[in-house]
Structure formats: structure tokens, C-alpha cells
Ligand binder design. Sequence first.
Ligand code: NAP
Length: 455
Amino acid sequence: GTGDFARSLAIRLVCSGFKVVVGSRNPKRKAGLFPSAAEVTFQADAVKKTDVIFVAVFREHYSTLCDLADALAGKILVDVSNNTEINHHKESNAEYLASLFPACTVVKGFNVVSAWTLQSGARDGNKQVLICSNNQEAKRTVAEIAQVMGFTPVDMGCMSSAREIENISLRLLPAWKIPIFLALGLFLCFFTYNLIRQVIHPYIREQKNKLYKIPIEVVNTTLPCVAYVMLSLVYLPGVLAACLQLYYGTKYRRFPDWLDQWLQHRKQIGLLSFFCAALHAVYSLCLPMRRSHRYQLIEMAVKQAVEKKMNIWVEEEVWRMEIYISVGIIALGLLSLLAITSLPSIANSLNWREFSFIQSTLGFIALVISTLHTLTYGWSRAFDENQYKFYLPPTYTLTLLVPCTVILAKVIFSLPCIQQRLLRIRRGWEKGRYVKFVLPSATGDYSSGETSSNV
Ligand code: NAP
């Protein structure tokens, strides 16, 4: 083929020192698109000149290559194709190609690399190339080519993995689906709650139109709620896992599937929490820019002038605001650190102790500081009757529920008696399991006894 993929592949192969022959149905017309070091010729001529052939044509055109079957016999065909839908055909494209050319050895590979990645060159980061085939030798040959081109070949086993390899490039953010739905669900719930309190309540009770609050104020009170609850949801599954381990008295019993899934999605949940917190910071910085804010300030100043009020300084409010903003900035700083260290390139440069210190200890400190940020925001509002719109408590009191549970559980788990037991379980100790060991007696003979392994 001489399409986008074939062209990029040829350029990369030539740059990596390979001799390239390109097979086309119309070589004259296409030759100008390829580097001069690559020979562009008719398909029948090209297949004679090499033992490894990249089939850079679409699946529906495979059958048009059947005339070349004799010339292709005994050669390696690399199937680089992708489908347009997951599980589009009954068998994978590579298996279909193998069925059309039984005298060839088919290797699936390179389909997860785009034409753009191929062209951007070896210096533009490394990329994995997933490879599978029923023939070990052919697989090794293709893996070596990938390695020389600057890719990391990953052996995915035999040809039955081809379907999975073809599906990989069609999946849209598979690890992010659950965390994104979770974030959207929380956003929707808190947004509706805040809308009722900040817009609908003043309209029904005082006939005041507060719709202007929706784009910034309501969104900006919703975002921190989502960020805060999501951050606590990063640490809640760890707490639940510890509870289960304490209850079972072993670490060798499997967690329920939902908890397993939750534990695996902590990174994405944490990153979405950081995303919402960062948006909240930007929205908050923009609050004074709003025209509504300026009108309200002028209105207040006029009111004070009319009432001849001189001293409007409220010491408690000043302190509350200073602490509130300061802890908010620290929490955002810590969250940024967690987000940066979760990037594979950074995480790979840390040892296990450093990684777990940042993600576990600093992450928990970020949760505690975010709780302080929320508490200083709320201050005494939870005890003010006027804050209960339609009997609904202020939003921040609701957000405190899960994070405070997590913090309380962590405090309980840090009690020496519980911490010790948990530590022993995580080192392999099991409740009610007995081990047999032999005691040397004073007389020199040996007597055996059974005792609990924790003795
Ligand atoms: P393309 O630009 O449409 O090129 C397809 C080429 O197939 C044509 O240039 C044509 O070359 C050749 N061909 C051979 N027999 C044909 C026939 N009967 N009818 C039409 N064309 C025929 O497609 P592409 O983007 O390069 O993709 C090629 C393969 O690579 C596909 O299987 C695709 O799934 C896979 N792939 C592409 C990318 C990418 O980023 N583009 C990434 C991964 C995988 P001649 O006219 O010279 O014969």
C-alpha cells in the first residue's frame, strides 16, 4: 500500500536503516510521495524482493492481493490494520489475512501506532507496539524491526490475541469511564442542590431573579464539592479494604469486584479531583471581575455612606478569610504534587517508598487540609437558621460527610493495637491459622507442639 500509513512507515524504516520496497497498483503516480531511498514498484515486483511484508491496506482489500499468493508463500505478512468498530467482524483482521494466505506467516502488529506517531520520529518519546503471532520466529523478527525503529515491542502471545490488539486502538479512555461518570454524577447532584439554594429559593421566597448566578457562582460552589468528595473517594476504598482485612483476619481473601475496580481507578479519580480543584481556583480568582460583583460593592458602599457607617472591619471575618484562602492554596499545591507524581515518567523516577509517601501520606494531608479549607469556608454557617433554605443544610456540611469518615477511620487505624494487627495481616499473618513447629527440649530430645502463628 502507498497510503498515509505506508508512507509514514516507509519514512521511519528508511530513517532506521532498513531497505524499503513499496508495492503499489500504480507506482508511477505514488513514487513522488516516498523518500528517494525507498523503491516504489508494482506489488508483484515488490513482494519478490523482501521476506517481511507490511500489509498497509484495509481489510476489505485483502482479497485483491490473492493474485500474489504464490509469490507471498513462506513470507512474513505484518497485519497493521484497524477496524472502525469494536469486534466488528467475527474473526480478527489478522486471522482473516492468515486464512486468505495459509502459506504465509501472519504477525499482528503496529496497528496501535498512528501514521503521525511513525512520522514524528524516534526522538518523540517511546511507544509500545503490541505484537502477536502463532509463529515465534516471525514474531521475534517483527519485534526486532520495531525495536530498531525506536518502539518497545510487547509480546501479546498467539494469534488469538489479535482481536484484543485490534480493539485497543478503538477504545475511548477505558480506564476513565467510571471516574468520569462518577465526577459528572457528583457534579449534577451538587449543581442541582446549589441551584435550589442559590437561585430557586430566592425566586420563590422573595421573587428575586438570581439566574445570573448560574454560570459562575453556582458552578464555583459546585466544583470544590466535587473536588473534595472525589479526593476522599481516593482514600475511602483503602479504608474499606483495611476494614475487610481486619474482619476476615487475612489478606489472602479476594475483595469484592466493585472494591477491586474502585481501587484500580484511584489515580483517575484523584486526577479528576485535581482538575475540579484547579477550575475552582481559576473561577474564584475571576469572581471580582464580574459586573454583578462590582454593582454589589458599589451598592454596599452607598448603603454604608447613607447609614453613615465608618468602621465596617469585622476581625473574625478577616481572619476566617485569610486562613480559608491560605489553606485552599496549600491544598491545591499538594494536589498538584500528587497529580504530577502520578504521571508515569515521574512515577518511574521514584522508588516505592517515595511514591507511597507522596501518594499516601501527602495525599492524606491534602485531604485534611482540604477539610480545614471547607470548615473555614463554612465557619458557623451550619448553626445559622437562615442558611437552611427549604430546610436544606448548607452544601459544605454535606461534603464533609465522606472525607470526615475517611479521616476518622485513618485515625482509628493509627491506634497501636489496630495498626499492629493490620501490619501483621499485611505481612501474611492469618487469624485462626496454626503452624506446627518443633521445640528443642532441655534433655536434648525434641517434642513437637501446635500453636498459633502469632505466638
Ligand atoms: P489509505 O491512505 O487509504 O491507503 C490504503 C492503501 O491501500 C492505498 O493507498 C492503496 O495503495 C492500497 N490498496 C491496495 N489495494 C487496494 C484496493 N483494492 N483498493 C484501494 N486501495 C488499495 O489508508 P491508510 O491510512 O494508509 O491505512 C492503511 C492500513 O493501515 C489500514 O488497514 C489501517 O487500518 C491501518 N492503519 C492506519 C493508521 C493511520 O494512522 N493511518 C494507523 C494504524 C493502522 P495503492 O493505490 O498504491 O495500491
